[in-house]
Ligand binder design. Structure first.
Ligand code: 5GP
Length: 186
């Protein structure tokens, strides 16, 4: 069954807001939606699987793909590693009448909006700045400099939230997912 209105949905928001958890839960509830797997030049974290969490690639390979125009968007995130969305799988999914979810940063979101003005951008907001800081520290996957970088990026990202088409406060994950399903008409 094709989706009623297949569309590209960009889910963005500051690091630590819970994009990953929200998208994982959405995926369980709406498996027909195509969830893009990004490329990244960073190393895998424990438990991450190549080809599922990300496609982990070398900086040279990443630059080659970007130069060939094979990425829908790409950006250096947290001033460090490159991340990007492979273009072909997104186009294939749309051709099959499937909606697409991209979980990417705001620089990438801006590029997607430029290339595909019909794409919808949802900005996930934390209930408060204190809560975001608590979540970032609580995750415990970052060393001190990485955490500082993430907080700086998060601050800049919070300031850019006006460019979103929809803003959703991610307080209780189940409620956020229900709101997204409703928004997306899924
Ligand atoms: P992490 O390293 O914690 O997995 O992700 C860091 C940030 O990179 C997150 O804010 C995430 O949304 C963003 N990101 C993940 N994939 C992509 C992508 O394909 N493009 C862009 N622009 N950002 C991405």
């Amino acid at each position: 069954m094709p989706d009623k209105q297949p569309a590209v949905w960009v889910i963005s928001g500051p690091s630590g807001v819970g994009k990953g958890t929200v998208c994982a839960r959405l995926r369980e509830q709406r498996p027909r939606v195509f969830y893009s797997v990004s490329l990244t030049t960073r190393d895998p974290r424990p438990g991450e699987v190549d080809g599922k969490s990300y496609h982990f690639v070398s900086p040279d390979h990443f630059d080659d793909l970007a130069a060939q125009g094979l990425l829908l968007e790409h950006a250096v995130v947290h001033g460090r590693h490159s991340y990007g969305t492979p273009r072909a799988p997104v186009e294939d999914a749309l051709a099959k009448q499937r909606s697409v979810v991209l979980e990417i940063d705001l620089q990438g979101a801006a590029q997607v909006k430029q290339n595909m003005p019909e794409a919808r951008l949802v900005f996930l907001e934390p209930p408060s700045w204190e809560e975001l800081t608590r979540r970032l520290i609580g995750r415990g996957t970052e060393d001190e400099p990485a955490l500082t970088r993430r907080l700086e990026t998060a601050r800049a990202e919070m300031a850019a939230r006006h460019m979103a088409d929809h803003r959703v406060v991610n307080d209780v994950v189940e409620d956020t997912v229900a709101t997204l399903i409703d928004l997306m008409g899924l």
